[in-house]
Ligand binder design. Structure first.
Ligand code: AMP
Ligand code: ZN
Length: 665
């Protein structure tokens, strides 16, 4: 098989596996085997750039940076939809259109997905561009970002038209949304409010490799173009499915508004089990000939109508507003409600978010309020029933002091949240920080749980995470629900955490904005905590992927004497504050200042190992040859165009063996 054939075959296989996994939800290959094939293809493409293809499955990992999104005009306008809220509305709509067209009416019923609308253009089966709806006439070119969404086919199959646009919705399923939020809360960032805004925000990220990490999906429902040889909306869905698109399978073809209503009633109840958010049903005249006769108003098609599900809403009394203090000191006001049934659960509390929200609602204790469960997971108070406001009611005064430690709260310009600045003396902050310290991804202390941490703090046995290492079995045994055995396990777990590697210790310290990945970066760059403590703002922002916000937070953390003290105590107890000798032994600065390009297939070490060796020894890896390249490490079958370029720029080409000698491997 020629190289080109190998590449084409791998692309074909990977496209099929992507389709099985992301469109059909039916994987037929292990993740490991998939990754191996993807790596093979990446290596071949890197060595043979002449076979580059913008729609190769390797392009899904992203990496393209878009500073300003180009505006593109939609060849055919993207319309909005008229809304309806009752069966009467729908019957009226039917009567209206019956007057305008001849023949029997059939309808397709589809779910209305709550995400970001998108229009994809395909030519000869290849994805050419992806454009947001924008104002309907023109939108933003977000092709690089959309390519990273695995359910968007880069290459179609079957009998597709030469050129067409297909429209649909990019959604973020609940599961992925919740996971993203867990990670944000972990590092002290505000959680995202709802999946829809997060999905449309994702499309406008500048770095497409960031988009690739988000579990977005693309559901398609409408084909537009000329001479498509399609007669009905339902047929469009079937065809789109056959060409490889992810088409929602809830769509149904029906013959009357009564049947439309059956569909609506069914999904009003069952939509809560769908993996993503829906806010209604879209009813469309099935026959495309009839659609054409009906045409459009200035804003929306006459042949379609959206039915909006009623957000489930109840009214209840606000008994009290309490204030919670988080691990970072952020204050969240909470509405304590008279318990009430809503969407199958009992609601007692609802978040009021911040002082502005309270002011906006003008919500007061004793008020009758409307609570809704909409696009967000947590119930939300949407309004006050002013007709029921008690006469003597007083406006809510936001607290000025921390409910836990009575310190005066601060609010930084431009931030929505108030904060308790008593970092070292405020109990919920102390407890939250220690709970983070012991958590699974941090020190992973077995035998110690979050509740025990709270108990230890309340009993005055510990005041910070360093104190954990001085606990004795005798101190712990008298605690509630502790026995000899569990006390022993707790002490053993703490002891064992002394072997946890530096990068995880750094994460465990709970420095704001320093999540797992950032901690790893900093640990590998600075090698030990002292170097990190000494780093200046300028040093920090020059580390790969470290921005101003993180740099400031790191400096701030280490400028506290108390924090430095705690770190010294951790050091005394034997906690890992530098990367391990073994890891360090493999690192040198022999290659400092040298930039390498790796090309071809290798025998002694793999391509990935080669790259790691370069970086571990202080060198840099680049993917393309330029005047700045120091060496090219050439394996078998190095691409001829690379070779030519290297020769022209007089860059030394070395073998795998030469390189290994260079670092005395
Ligand atoms: P609206 O934004 O309320 O005017 O509703 C119109 C939007 O609903 C369209 O722009 C689409 O993005 C979205 N939508 C979601 N699901 C569908 C569907 N099945 N058919 C048509 N539009 C849909
Ligand atoms: Zn406080």
């Amino acid at each position: 098989m020629t190289i080109k054939e190998q590449i084409l075959q791998l692309r074909d296989e990977l496209n099929k596996h992507n389709y099985n996994y992301y469109v059909l939800d039916n994987p037929t290959i292990s993740d490991f085997d998939f990754d191996t094939k993807l790596k093979q293809l990446q290596e071949l493409e890197a060595s043979y750039p002449e076979f580059f293809d913008a729609n190769s499955p390797t392009q899904r990992v992203g990496g393209e940076i878009t500073k300003n999104f180009e505006t593109l005009i939609h060849e055919q306008r993207m319309y909005s939809l008229d809304n309806s809220y009752s069966k009467e509305d729908l019957l009226e709509w039917e009567t209206r259109i019956k007057k305008l067209v001849d023949g029997e009416l059939q309808f397709t019923c589809e779910l209305k997905y709550d995400g970001a609308s998108i229009s994809l253009t395909y030519e000869n089966g290849n994805l050419i561009k992806a454009v947001t709806r924008g104002d309907g006439v023109q939108g933003d070119n977000v092709t690089a970002n959309v390519k990273t969404i695995k359910s968007v086919p880069l290459q179609l199959k079957g009998d597709f038209p030469e050129k067409f646009d297909i429209r649909g919705e990019i959604v973020l399923p609940w599961e992925g949304f919740n996971k993203m939020n867990e990670e944000r809360i972990e590092i002290g960032e505000e959680p995202y409010r709802n999946p829809r805004n997060t999905a449309s925000g994702s499309l406008k990220l500048q770095d497409s490799s960031e988009v690739a990490k988000r579990p977005l999906e693309c559901l398609l429902y409408s084909i537009v173009g000329n001479n498509l040889n399609i007669n009905t909306q339902f047929e469009s869905l079937e065809k789109a499915h056959a060409w490889g698109f992810k088409v929602p399978n809830a769509a149904k073809l029906v013959n009357s508004i009564d049947q439309v209503f059956e569909f609506i009633n069914y999904w009003d109840e069952h939509r809560h089990h769908l993996p993503y958010e829906t806010d209604g049903v879209v009813v469309k005249v099935n026959n495309l000939q009839q659609q054409e006769e009906l045409g459009f108003t200035a804003k929306a098609p006459r042949w379609a109508i959206a039915y909006k599900f009623k957000a489930e809403q109840v009214s209840t009394r606000l008994n009290e507003i309490t204030y919670q203090v988080g691990r970072t000191g952020a204050i969240t006001p909470v509405a304590n409600l008279e318990p009430v049934e809503l969407a199958g659960t009992t609601v007692k509390r609802a978040s009021l978010h911040n002082a502005d929200q309270i002011e906006k609602l003008d919500i007061r204790v004793g008020d009758e309020v409307f609570v809704e469960k909409g696009g967000e997971i947590i119930p939300k108070i949407i309004a006050v029933d002013l007709s029921k406001r008690p006469e003597n009611s007083q406006p809510t005064k936001y607290i000025t002091h921390c409910p836990e430690c009575e310190t005066e709260l601060v609010r930084t310009e431009g931030e929505a949240q108030h904060y308790c600045p008593n970092y070292n003396g405020c109990k919920p902050q102390i407890i939250g920080r220690i709970q983070h310290f012991i958590s699974r991804k941090a020190m992973d202390i077995e035998g110690l749980g979050g509740e025990t941490v709270a108990l230890l703090v309340h009993e005055g046995l510990i005041h910070n995470y360093s104190d954990l290492y001085e606990l004795t079995k005798e101190q712990v045994i008298p605690l509630e629900r502790m026995a000899e055995k569990s006390a022993e396990n707790l002490i053993k777990g703490i002891e064992l955490s002394k072997t946890v590697p530096f990068e995880r210790v750094l994460f465990a310290l709970g420095i704001r904005f320093v999540g797992e990945t950032v901690a790893k970066k900093l640990a590998n760059h600075y090698k030990n905590i002292d170097a990190l403590i000494q780093a200046t703002h300028d040093d920090l922002i020059h580390v790969d992927e470290i921005g101003v916000k993180i740099a400031e937070s790191v400096i701030d953390f280490f400028s506290s004497e108390l924090n430095k003290d705690m770190i010294n105590r951790l050091r005394g107890f034997g906690v890992q504050l530098e990367i391990s000798a073994e890891k360090l032994a493999n690192q040198t600065n022999k290659l400092d200042g040298n930039i390498f390009v790796v090309s071809g297939v290798f025998h002694i070490v793999s391509r990935d190992e080669l790259k790691k060796l370069i970086e571990d020894n202080g060198g840099k890896v680049s993917s393309s040859i330029s005047g700045k390249t120091s060496y090219i490490i050439a394996g078998d079958n190095m691409g001829p165009s690379k070779k030519e370029k290297a020769e022209k720029l007089k860059i030394s080409i070395i073998t795998e063996q030469d390189f290994l000698r260079m670092i005395q491997y």
